[in-house]
Design a protein around this ligand. Sequence first.
Ligand code: ATP
Ligand code: MG
Ligand code: MG
Ligand code: MG
Length: 469
Amino acid sequence: MITSNDIRRSFLDYFGRAGHRIVPSAPLVPQNDPTLMFVNAGMVPFKNVFTGLESRPYSTAVSSQKCVRAGGKHNDLDNVGYTARHHTFFEMLGNFSFGDYFKPQAIELAWTLLTKEWGIPAEKLTVTVYHTDDEAAALWKSIAGLPDERIIRIATNDNFWSMGDTGPCGPCSEIFYDHGDHIPGGPPGSPDEDGDRFVEIWNLVFMQYEQVDAATRLDLPRPSIDTGMGLERIAAVLQGVHDNYDTDTFKALIRASEERTQPAANAGQIASHRIIADHLRASGFLVADGVLPSNEGRGYVLRRIMRRAMRHAHLLGAAEPLMYRLVPALVAEMGVAFPELARAQPLIEETLKLEETRFRQTLVNGLRLLDEATAKMGPGDILPGDVAFKLYDTFGFPYDLTEDALRANGLSVDRAGFDTAMAEQKRAARAAWTGSGAKASDTVWFDIVEASGATEFTGYSSTRGQAQV
Ligand code: ATP
Ligand code: MG
Ligand code: MG
Ligand code: MG
């Protein structure tokens, strides 16, 4: 069986042989974009190269980029454990042309890799093109020999990529693998496209325009290519399984989780082990790249990910902190490809152990409160916002953790009520704070906390003695 590590190597080598510079993954914390929480696509580290702000000593590149999609525009946190194809942390394999080759070569390179190098049967593959991109449709026909019904024209933004309101943009073409009619889901563009039968494996972006302002779009003199393929998704295809969580890397992590808790006996426990495996990867890689759990910004996203996993560890009956004991399995799977992970192993273990030890002190009481509050509720009911806020404020439950906990029973949370309770607490806290002789800098601090979105802070005013965990 070809392992995930082999597939990454094979991808890099294939494009390396085709003249691309092999570029190591950039860290998860963006180095060139303060507006972005985490790197969420392979092209992010090359953004300034595409816009021409920066030049490199090469015009084509290939990488396997660490990505996190757990906040902001791309947030796959709620999909994890419930679809076959989403992770919070994943690797995006990508080849890039900075004004070098364009559509014909990009399609040719992708098709040859998939069907010749890796031997995927052509009849399993379906592609989409942007509805006006006749050029791409014709190339898929001539290069890949695909019949018209497997070149699907899509008119939505799924097939038109842009960097922002201005900057490079263009149509894209996505490649889907059909896992077979025993799995629910329809082809791309159909009403049930979100099923897991046709899984999107690779997105080829053709950057051919420059959006100058809302009304002006120019042709780029030297168009570029940006592609992204999820390593975990192509690993599922090449290992002959439908589900990313049945690939070698995830199997090893899930096995470690099962060995230290219990084997999955039902759908809920299967999801718990998957969530633990996924969140272990995200936590480990984020800590290795310098993010530590905290109450705001990136650190709070990490804390949310960690605590979600920790609730699932508790559900599986873990009697003591679990996550840190899974780190050796993670390093065994991925530490060779990512030496920073192996180097950070002691820090990752220490961080997870401390976070889980602290959270466990309030987790059980919080879950008890939640059980009491929902005892008389049934599917479709809504948990009052002030209960969710109390869980957050007193028991350290991130909002989305409460949502995740309710999901199994078909319950949801009154978000507006939660926000109101949060605003009220901030107002009270601010009143107490300015009463003690606030300086201008205090106001700034409050604004920063608010701008960073959901935060978790109590215990600085004399009336609230809650220790923060
Ligand atoms: P989907 O529609 O399945 O959510 P996407 O269209 O959001 O995927 P892109 O932004 O086009 O994904 O990213 C390029 C590739 O990265 C995808 O084709 C897929 O292989 C992979 N990918 C995207 N999101 C994830 C994720 N959350 N977990 C694993 N792989 C992903
Ligand atoms: Mg997506
Ligand atoms: Mg998609
Ligand atoms: Mg896509």
